[in-house]
Design a protein around this ligand. Structure first.
Ligand SMILES: [Zn+2]
Length: 240
């Protein structure tokens, strides 16, 4: 059968070459297998995002939540890549390029919302491909466990960073800066930590299942520490 095998190999190689040639169009459903999370802080530099004169612009609070999310994910033994870690302008195409250059990733973009109607408030999560829907719903559900949170739903959208992604990609709107209550919360570091915790928990659950996520030491330190034996089950995350 060697001839058959080599023929199969040749066809396989041709298929592979064809796949490589069209690689930018191939979506990969890594929603259960991802090893890297690309954390995208919305806006930056000359692009303030939502802006209210009584608080920091969206680019600042989005970066802070993204950095906290990045830390929480790394503590959960996931690899992370940030599209920006300082106040710089990154064009959308560059964000997509960073995202798509990873090997086995998902993409999570952090934003805050804005409305002319100051009463509008709540969380929204967006996705584009069906492969991203489960992750989007999971993040939204976890955000809804925050007391007094308002559910504005999970929606599909044609945002560039979602549409051009090879991998599952979601965009989270962490509340309205234009709303008095959510604007005040966004200015509170403890609340931003809570947002990042909930999003991290959703991502870890998406990858490893429920009950694996452990709150970061920063949050745990604020609570009474249990005796050294009561640590609960070890995370199922791989140790490399
Ligand atoms: Zn934004």
């Amino acid at each position: 059968m060697p001839r058959l095998i080599s023929r199969t190999l040749a066809i396989g190689l041709l298929a592979l070459l064809a796949a490589c040639a069209t690689a930018p169009k191939v979506a990969k459903n890594t929603s259960k297998t991802f090893t890297t999370v690309v954390v995208d802080a919305g806006h930056g530099g000359k692009d303030n995002g939502a802006y209210r004169r009584y608080g920091p612009p969206e680019k600042v609070v989005a970066l802070d939540v993204a950095q906290r999310l990045d830390r929480n994910l790394r503590e959960s033994e996931l690899k992370t890549v940030m599209t920006r870690s300082t106040d710089v302008f990154i064009p959308l195409d560059q964000r997509v390029a960073i995202e798509n250059s990873q090997k086995n990733a998902i993409f999570v973009s952090i934003h805050f919302n804005d409305s002319r109607r100051r009463g509008v408030h709540g969380f929204e999560t967006y996705y584009h491909s069906g492969d991203s829907s489960e992750l989007a719903n999971r993040i939204q559900s976890k955000l809804m466990t925050i007391p007094h949170s308002m559910n504005r739903g999970v929606h599909t959208a044609n945002f560039r960073v979602l549409r051009l992604a090879y991998y599952p990609a979601v965009l989270v709107e962490c509340g309205f800066l234009s709303n008095r209550s959510e604007g005040n919360q966004a200015r509170d570091a403890e609340y931003r930590e809570l947002l990042s915790e909930r999003i991290a928990e959703a991502i870890v659950e998406q990858r490893y299942g429920p009950g694996v996520y452990h709150a970061s030491p920063q949050v745990a330190a604020a609570q009474p520490q249990p005796a050294s034996t009561g640590q609960g089950p070890a995370p199922a995350a791989p140790h490399h």
